[in-house]
Design a protein around this ligand. Structure first.
Ligand code: MN
Length: 397
């Protein structure tokens, strides 16, 4: 058998499986402690769980999460549910679930943008495709290049002493020795003083980064970022507005620490524009903001071509979305800034039978078929918003 024939027979071995039903369920899961972003605080995380059923009896699971509401990208789990229920879900009925690229091309014709919605649906289709051959998704994607991914823990209580204590606990527990200080919610002077104080308390114990969530202007960043770098901050994430690539490039040239793009980066076109303008040295990859695996792999290719490093970002996913992230991480050639795939550790509960495992400052890539997780039906029933209005009313929006 020639190599070409062997490849064809392998591809042909992916069973023909057609989508018969798409169901979206909103859930609200409590967190262990508040999480402060530049624009909002979170005590719960809301997810849109997508169940894609097929004529073969294989079910694919997708999960959509945002940064606690539409402030980050305009997407909210409620709006995504409406778009899937009315447009994207019906368009998938009858499509081949194992022909993921063709199915996703159809969805691109049905709805422009809507990267979060498409990421959740693509996740469920890839779960089906990998389950149809009883393999973990990373095998289907050509991996694995690694079996675990190092963790950066976000510090988001807003208080220097509480953040430092939390970091020391995480170091002692073997969870993380790299930390990302969430900034942008306090007045600039107080925010900088808080970050410098955390750096002082954790000196020689941890690697520290900051995430401004685009809260500053270029002039504020120009004035205050050098103090953070002098305090030992190793990486500056999205200091200024998402559209201001030239501003990022000017800051990047002046600073003695790399900049990372998060809000500025959704598509591979964004990645190409940032590479061309030399705006940043690191890209934050996220399935949600970019529309899924294929988009992230395109962005990773742009990064590789320009010597830009990669980091795995998150929206505090449950073990479902975290497993999906780890399937991506398991296939990337480069992931030198690790990941913040810590959602299951931040949550007070989870939605799966076996939560994602963490050991030796890293998240472990699940080895089971598909995404490598199994829904816990009791937990899904308990946390679904339409059956649990008390929890829903407590969710900050
Ligand atoms: Mn970020």
């Amino acid at each position: 058998m020639t190599r070409q024939t062997a490849m064809q027979s392998n591809l042909a071995a992916l069973p023909e499986v057609r989508v018969s039903n798409v169901e979206c369920i909103l859930v609200d899961v409590p967190g262990k402690r508040p999480h402060q972003h530049a624009a909002t605080g979170m005590r719960h995380q809301s997810y849109l769980i997508i169940r894609v059923r097929t004529d073969a009896g294989i079910e694919g699971i997708g999960e959509i999460a945002t940064a606690g509401g539409p402030w980050w990208s305009g997407d909210s789990v409620e709006a995504v549910k409406a778009t899937i229920d009315s447009y994207l879900g019906p368009a998938l009925i009858g499509e081949s679930a194992t022909g993921v690229l063709v199915a996703m091309r159809k969805l691109d014709r049905v709805a422009a943008f809507n990267w979060f919605a498409k990421a959740g649906l693509e996740m469920a289709l890839y779960d089906i495709a990998a389950k149809s051959v009883a393999r973990p998704l990373h095998v289907l994607l050509g991996g694995p290049t690694r079996t675990s991914v190092p963790i950066t823990w976000p510090l988001g209580t807003g208080d220097a002493a509480a953040d430092s204590d939390e970091a020391l606990q995480r170091i002692d527990a073997g969870i993380a020795r790299s930390f990302k200080i969430k900034m942008g919610s306090l007045p600039v002077d107080k925010d900088v003083a808080r970050a410098v104080e955390i750096a002082r308390r954790l000196r020689d114990r941890a690697e520290l980064r900051v995430d401004l969530n685009a809260a500053w202007t270029e002039t504020v960043a120009q004035r205050h970022l050098p103090a953070l770098v002098a305090a030992g901050i190793a990486l500056i994430e999205q200091p200024i507005e998402r559209w201001n690539l030239a501003g990022h490039a000017r800051l990047a040239r002046r600073l003695n620490a790399p900049l990372m793009a998060d809000e500025s980066l959704a598509t591979s076109r964004d990645a190409a524009a940032m590479a061309a303008s030399q705006a940043v040295q690191v890209f934050a990859l996220k399935l949600m903001k970019s529309g899924g695996y294929n988009a992230c792999r395109d962005i990773a290719a742009v990064a590789t071509a320009h010597g830009i490093a990669l980091f795995g970002g998150c929206f505090l996913e449950s073990s479902i979305g975290t497993a999906a992230n780890l399937q991506l991480g398991a296939t990337l050639p480069e992931l030198s800034w690790g990941s913040e795939w810590i959602g299951p550790l931040w949550l007070a509960d989870d939605l799966v039978a076996e939560p994602v495992r963490y050991e030796n400052y890293s998240a472990c890539v699940p080895a089971g078929p598909g995404l490598g997780i199994e829904l816990n039906e009791d937990k899904l029933t308990f946390y679904r918003r339409d059956k649990n209005p008390v929890v829903a009313a407590a969710v900050p929006h």
